[in-house]
Write a protein that binds this ligand. Structure first.
Ligand SMILES: Cc1ncc(COP(=O)(O)O)c(C=O)c1O
Length: 396
């Protein structure tokens, strides 16, 4: 029998999706499952975006330009200007989700065996994109005790080798909810300038900041014009995960010209979804104001309820809609599976994402889970109550 590639064998399973078969078993057993595992917001997509698709009468559903439609890119540039990010249409390549922007970024800046330093825990799919691109992730550990703040410069400098090509951050962070300060971005800017590296910032949660904190983008930092690459997406901003539209943004002309070649190879991003995403740019600020109030309220409810459980430790998320929760257990993979397969409270259980997959250091995060607060407040309260009861019953 022909065999699959070693690379394929090494592709990691998504820690967020690998428990799906056990969830299906739970549904078959008529259990209600509260999904705390996946970042699929329950917020409605903006009507203006849905209507733009419904009212569009294309005769041919044609390819668009590989870098995305000109009108859309010009409007995205307008959105960035409003956010103090001085980029133009020519600095933007529209991609099939932030996921493709990450793949293009890795392909553009790194050869096989090159290294990218990433504060961990990090968005689990970075592991998959790195494997697909033959890139080595070098983790720098950020700790729950420090609320996952940027590790000291010395920790980064210890890890820089001749093969290091970039530092990659996620801001605000999935899975930590950590929001990097302007000072921390400036610290990173100093490191990448000193060592001539790229700074890739996954800013797909830019709008989701709480307690009055403002997001500070890497491209607000003038010194990063040649070093900075933003990864962006409409998925979470407009609760349009199924549109599959994102973009890669850089002032570095060589980066854009190279990423464009990857974009040309896959021809174009989806046409209808660009129409929806272009219309979504007209979403009024009031939509975001309401969404932020809702998420902040959910976060407050969730974090307070979690902290009230003996032995549970949780970071203080300032952005995005996730938190890492440390539990009084040994192995969160086994615990998450047990929750679905064996446990129930009045016919209900929860699904969580084991945090091991958000680390690349082996054996780290095994007593942690990631929780997404994408459910209504009442559901979150019930879900945490289920977690508390489950922890009382669970034997490692
Ligand atoms: C941090 C982060 N980056 C990128 C993505 C990719 O999103 P998409 O491909 O839907 O734009 C996600 C999705 O959850 C994410 O959480």
């Amino acid at each position: 029998m022909p065999s699959v590639s070693n690379k394929g064998k090494h592709m990691p399973e998504s820690p967020i999706r690998k428990l799906v078969p056990f969830a299906e078993k739970a549904y078959k057993a008529n259990k209600t499952v509260y999904h705390l595992n996946i970042g699929q917001p329950d917020i409605k997509s903006p009507e203006i975006a849905m209507e733009a698709v419904a009212n569009h009468h294309l005769e041919i559903l044609a390819y668009t330009r590989s870098e995305g439609s000109q009108e859309y890119r010009e409007k995205i540039a307008g959105y960035y200007h409003k956010n103090n990010i001085p980029v133009e249409a020519a600095d933007i390549i529209v991609t099939t989700g932030g996921s493709e922007a990450l793949l293009f970024a890795m392909g553009t800046i790194a050869d096989a065996g090159d290294e990218i330093i990433i504060p961990e825990p990090f968005y689990a799919n970075y592991n998959g994109f790195a494997t697909a691109s033959d890139v080595k992730i070098v983790p720098v550990i950020s700790k729950i005790e420090d609320n996952f703040a940027l590790p000291p410069i010395s920790e980064f400098e210890k890890l820089i080798t001749p093969r290091t090509k970039a530092i990659l951050i996620c801001n605000p962070g999935n899975p930590t909810g950590y929001l990097y300060s302007k000072k921390e971005i400036q610290t990173l800017a100093k490191i990448v300038k000193k060592h001539d590296l790229f700074l890739v910032a996954d800013e797909v949660y830019r709008e989701f900041t709480y307690d009055g904190y403002q997001h500070y983008s890497i491209l607000e930092e003038e010194s990063l014009a040649e070093n900075g690459i933003i990864i962006d997406s409409v998925s979470k901003r407009y609760s349009m995960c199924g549109a599959r539209i994102g973009c890669l943004v850089s002032k570095n002309k060589q980066v854009i010209a190279t990423a464009l070649k990857f974009a040309q190879a896959r021809l174009s991003p989806p046409t209808f979804a660009q129409i929806a995403s272009e219309a979504a740019l007209q979403t009024p600020q009031s939509y975001f104001d309401e969404v932020i109030v809702e998420y902040q309220d959910r976060r407050n409810t969730l974090v307070a309820a979690l902290k009230a459980i003996p032995g549970v430790q949780v970071g203080e998320p300032k952005g995005a809609f996730y938190c890492i929760v440390q539990l009084p257990i040994k192995n969160s993979d086994a615990f998450a599976q047990w929750l679905l397969e064996e446990f129930e409270d009045n016919g209900e259980t929860i699904m969580v994402a084991p945090a091991g997959g958000f680390y690349s250091s082996p054996g780290v995060g095994l007593n942690q889970v990631r929780i997404a607060y994408v459910l209504k407040k009442e559901s979150l309260i019930r879900a945490v109550e289920i977690l508390k009861i489950a922890l009382q019953k669970y034997k490692d």
